[in-house]
Design a binder for this molecule. Structure first.
Ligand code: ISL
Ligand code: CA
Length: 552
């Protein structure tokens, strides 16, 4: 039975490889996470979403799973995992695991068997097709893989192509096979019985492929023909039997589809991550602050209007995205102020809020050089560009692109302290530590009252007090065309929260309608000593934010 606890929740995402290394091998691990539970509790989060920690050859850092019921040895043992979940639960923190079932690793036992031939029990676990053309060596369609090259790989052993939407070491599962669907339900139930509180479902919108793959357009695999049937059956066989949060990663989704598949009467997903506000813009401008605030607001405000029966998930960062600073707000001298203003703009929106590790410290993108990248996406792009005759011309563009968008920016080790390697490891970190760790780290922010970390703690405790209004209140854009300030009001009965967040390095004004200027506004949260007086044209300092309570 579902209590929908997640509607009140703030979820903290942990990328285990980069969070905390307990044994000095340079790789974050489960015991490292357990050691930081007091930190998470003091921060005030309700749940943790753990990126994959299952057995994996790590072609894509655990998003290529070779055994769904085993822990990756680099991260620890099942006993470590059990200690971790017990300690989280003792501290009132739930655990959301990552469910990666669009594809497995090619080293998964199922694939090893499947590729042997057409008549073993696993033959139909993956998407195999004959090639076309005279020699049958042309792929069935022109789909490209997310990490480069064709989405089809020819397998000599079986004499057929298999589909892989990501790397060729990530073959897509065949969800049209009922045995595969049963395997997925069994995996979910295995973990629910061990106490997990939900799943974040990796690229779940891609699982149902079009009937005829020959010549099919790629878009036909986003919420494909049997998607609802398969997901509803999974909910019945597993998800709905426990008190879960099921959040789908909904690559390629649009608003109407999202409203439909998160409608609680449909028994599909509880909520989903859309990608509209993190769409990439061309890397032609000099500024690192690449996003146009008006567009950003337009997108976010629209998603706030999801119908009552649906439920949004709000986030600015995750392990695939660059840091929100400098992406959405100014860096440099204004970094701390920006980080707080972004925080306020995020945490009072309707929806389950997701915060990515390090976001609560205002961690930023890293100054990577060509040889520093580790992510399969960046590494493949660099290799492909290098091999082209035009490499000398193209490489600077690619590097500029990666400096802005590489997934590695989010994955640099968590900055715990000013000790070597930011206190993340006593060994050699698997990915470069951001050299700004002496300035940006948790230890320094812990006891400094005006730090980003303490602002998060304060914001989260205010969110808790106002949770009824934040969960159920109306969402009202304020001065929506404003180019510098993100402003909105939330209202329930006679109580209102007014949230004003400048994301501009300039002094800015914001128009406040009379209904909010009733004279009894009480300041709940702000990032500067001075708070502005609410007037028709209210002035905000660069990157200033304020949250007022009005009425009630
Ligand atoms: O990261 C992206 C672009 O930079 C996306 O296209 C991303 O690959 C897509 O959102 C799917 O992401 C998820 O599945 C991938 C994995 O690499 C990502 O880390 C995961 O979040 C394959 O499992
Ligand atoms: Ca380790």
């Amino acid at each position: 039975m579902k209590s929908r606890w997640y509607q009140n929740a703030v979820v903290y995402q942990i990328y285990p490889r980069s969070f905390c290394d307990s044994n000095g091998d340079g790789i974050g691990d489960l015991n490292g996470i357990t050691s930081k539970i007091p930190y998470l509790k003091a921060l005030g989060v309700d749940a943790v979403w753990l990126s994959p920690c299952y057995a994996s050859p790590n072609d894509d850092n655990g998003y290529d799973i070779s055994d769904y019921r085993a822990i990756m040895p680099e991260f620890g043992t099942m006993a470590d995992w059990e200690r971790m979940i017990a300690a989280l639960h003792e501290n009132g923190i739930r655990l959301i695991m990552d469910l990666v079932v669009n594809h497995t690793s090619d080293e998964h036992r199922w694939f090893v068997e499947s590729k042997k031939g057409r008549d073993n029990p696993y033959s139909d676990y993956y998407i195999w097709r004959d090639g076309t053309g005279a020699d049958h060596r042309t792929p069935p369609n022109k789909w490209g893989a997310c990490f480069g090259g064709s989405a089809w790989e020819y397998c000599e052993e079986r004499g057929q192509f298999y589909l892989h939407l990501f790397s060729k070491k990530q073959p897509d599962l065949n969800w049209d096979n009922p045995k595969v669907r049963q395997e997925v339900a069994d995996i979910c139930n295995f973990w629910f019985e061990k106490g997990v509180d939900g799943f974040r479902c990796d690229v779940i919108t891609y699982i149902s492929k079009p009937e005829n793959l020959y010549g099919a357009p790629f878009s036909s695999t986003v919420v494909g023909p049997n998607w609802k049937k398969y997901i509803r059956a999974l909910a019945e066989a597993s998800w709905d039997r426990y008190d879960t949060l099921i959040v789908g990663e909904a690559t390629g989704i649009d608003f109407d589809r999202a409203a439909e598949i998160t409608d609680e009467r449909e028994h599909l997903l509880d909520t989903l991550f859309h990608y509209e506000h993190v769409a990439q813009v061309p890397v032609c401008r000099h500024s690192q602050q690449s996003t146009n605030l008006r567009r950003f607001k337009r997108v976010l405000f629209r998603w706030q209007t999801l119908p009552q029966a649906s439920w949004p998930a709000v986030y600015y960062e995750n392990h695939d995205q660059p840091r929100s600073i400098p992406r959405f707000a100014p860096s440099g001298a204004l970094r701390e102020r920006s980080a707080k203003s972004l925080t306020a703009s995020l945490l009072f929106q309707r929806g389950t809020a997701f915060v990515y590790q390090g976001q609560e410290l205002g961690m930023t993108n890293a100054p990577f050089r060509e040889e520093d990248y580790r992510d399969i996406q960046a590494v493949n792009q660099i290799r492909a560009t290098r091999s082209r005759p035009s490499a000398r011309l193209e490489m600077p563009f690619l590097l500029r692109y990666l400096r802005r968008y590489s997934r590695d920016h989010a994955r640099t080790p968590m900055q715990w302290s000013g000790a070597p390697n930011a206190g993340f490891t006593t060994g050699n970190p698997w990915l470069m530590v951001n050299p700004n760790y002496p300035q940006i780290n948790a230890a320094e922010q812990q006891d400094r009252d005006d730090s980003v970390l303490n602002f998060y703690r304060r914001a989260l405790s205010i969110r808790r007090v106002w949770i009824d209004l934040i969960r159920d209140g109306s969402f009202e854009p304020v001065d929506p065309k404003n180019k510098n300030v993100m402003a909105y009001a939330r209202r329930l009965g006679d109580r209102t929260l007014l949230v004003l967040c400048s994301l501009s390095p300039k002094k800015s004004s914001v128009r406040i309608p009379a209904e909010y200027r009733t004279g009894d506004a009480k300041l709940l949260l702000g990032n500067l000593e001075q708070s502005p007086v609410l007037r028709e044209k209210t002035m905000l300092a660069p990157c200033q934010c304020v949250v007022f309570a009005i009425g009630g």
